[in-house]
Design a protein around this ligand. Structure first.
Ligand SMILES: N=[N+]=NCCCCNC(=O)[C@@H]1[C@H]2[C@H](O)[C@@H](O)[C@H](O)[C@@H](CO)[C@@H]12
Length: 448
């Protein structure tokens, strides 16, 4: 019998979502178009022609969803604000109806004893700014800082946990290098520029927060630990390139003031000489780091793979994600321990961790059984605890996701929720994984 595990007494157990994936009504009450309302309206961009026009109808069901979080005993809720609800043109006049929606949500969370954790940007750039170059226009650092200032002024104090960006790697790799995500570009020269401007915008927003904010602000990155497929020098080098491109491309400039050298090797002539002063902006001190962990990657050299020359070696036990994300809880422990080794003892929150499996149909007992997700969740939580035992200053965990939702270009078929959503009726049904998670929260992990 393994000894019961305990997490720190004030460990923050919560769940995470994002605006475009759950809200629906993206253009309601004066909101402007985003790059995702446009992408979804473009045939072939989202599987099955799915869109965020309705999604989980959270824009109208927010009170019911907060009650659902309360019923699960959640201590925190990580959500994102749709920039184009607040500033329909991306800059300029504030849309008070957009402010009002998030104010109601925040106040309802607080009234139910749930900590609001607000992400300023979770991929849904205002279309009006994309028309002005979006993340390719250096002015976006100021546009983003001005947007952030509006929310800081309205909500700081009720919101005490701020995140500037969610996963700049996915925004860049998906939206500018390979193209499966909005705005759908595929350009070796654009990707480094977009990525660098994301980090500049992050720094500009943190700088504003230091002027007027009184609580905590950080960055959320997806980290996918890389393991060599063999000890062949080519595979070792490929693994280093993959780690530099996906993981260190964001953490090194923020914490060490420079990019990994491998990026110049990967991008060649497409890699600019960045102005030194940019790294003073990017390197603003943070109160915490948010890490999203889903899977690892076993890497080998692959000459034909553009532009990294790396291929991932498919592993056996995978989730039902499109590219078969391996279930590898040890990677979560390794990621957290390696962050501390490389970047120091900053407080860490796991801001997303979850899995998608084809959930079996509703059982005769009316319960939504999801045994594979339950197993995955248990293993990941044990891995989380192992990192704490190895000295990581881990402060909280947000399961991805509260609700089944729009999995971006993969549509609604990829269900990550611990709560099932019937997208015809909008009925929410907690899965076994939600019942397990409620026990974990209530016992602070002792039930594991
Ligand atoms: N191979 N491989 N690669 C794994 C790389 C992970 C990149 N995708 C994410 O982390 C996204 C994050 C996003 O915030 C959320 O909005 C998404 O719904 C989840 C689920 O997809 C995750």
């Amino acid at each position: 019998m393994s000894k019961p595990i305990h997490f720190p007494p004030d460990f923050l157990w919560g769940s995470a979502t994002s605006a475009y994936q759950i809200e629906g009504a993206p253009l309601a009450d004066g909101a402007g178009h985003s790059i995702w309302t446009r992408f979804a309206a473009t045939p072939g961009k989202i599987a099955n022609g799915d869109t965020g026009d309705i999604a989980c109808d959270h824009y109208h069901r927010w009170r019911e969803d907060v009650a659902l979080m309360r019923s699960l005993g959640l201590k925190a809720y990580r959500f994102s604000v749709s920039w184009s609800r607040i500033l329909p043109q991306g800059t300029g006049a504030v849309n008070e109806a957009g402010i009002a929606f998030y104010e109601k949500l925040i106040d309802e969370l607080l009234a139910n004893g749930i900590e609001p954790m607000l992400t300023l940007y979770h991929w849904d750039l205002p279309a009006a700014l994309d028309d002005r170059g979006g993340w390719l226009n250096p002015a976006i650092a100021d546009w983003f800082a001005d947007y952030a200032r509006v929310l800081f002024e309205r909500f700081d104090g009720r919101v005490c946990f701020w995140t500037t960006l969610n996963e700049p790697w996915v925004v860049t790799d998906g939206g500018y290098l390979h193209g499966p995500l909005a705005p759908g570009h595929r350009n070796l020269y654009e990707a480094p520029i977009a990525s660098h401007n994301l980090l500049r915008a992050h720094g500009a927003a943190v700088k504003v927060y230091r002027e007027i904010g009184k609580h905590r602000i950080g960055l959320v990155v997806n980290i996918e630990p890389k393991y060599p497929a063999s000890d062949e020098p080519q595979d070792i080098a490929a693994t280093r390139r993959a780690d530099a491109y996906m993981n260190r491309q964001y953490l090194d400039p923020v914490f060490h003031g420079h990019y990994p050298a491998e990026l110049k090797e990967i991008f060649g002539a497409a890699w600019p000489d960045w102005p030194r002063e940019d790294f003073d902006l990017i390197g603003q001190k943070l109160d915490y780091i948010g890490i999203n962990y889903y899977t690892r990657s076993v890497c080998r050299h692959e000459e034909t793979n553009w532009p990294l020359k790396v291929a991932a070696v498919r592993q056996t036990q995978s989730t039902h994600m499109e590219t078969g994300w391996e279930v590898f809880p040890q990677g979560l422990t390794d990621t957290l321990v390696e962050f501390r080794r490389r970047y120091g003892d900053l407080p860490v929150y796991v801001m997303e961790n979850g899995s998608t499996f084809y959930d079996p149909p509703n059982a005769e007992d009316g319960q939504m059984h999801d045994p594979l997700r339950v197993d995955c969740l248990k293993k990941n939580l044990h891995a989380l605890h192992a990192a704490i035992e190895q000295g990581v200053d881990l402060r909280g965990y947000m399961v991805w996701s509260l609700l089944d939702n729009l999995e971006w270009s993969l549509g609604f078929a990829k269900r990550f929720g611990i709560v099932h959503v019937n997208f015809e009726t909008q009925q929410r049904t907690p899965k076994d994984s939600a019942l397990l998670y409620a026990q974990v929260v209530a016992s602070n992990g002792a039930c594991l």
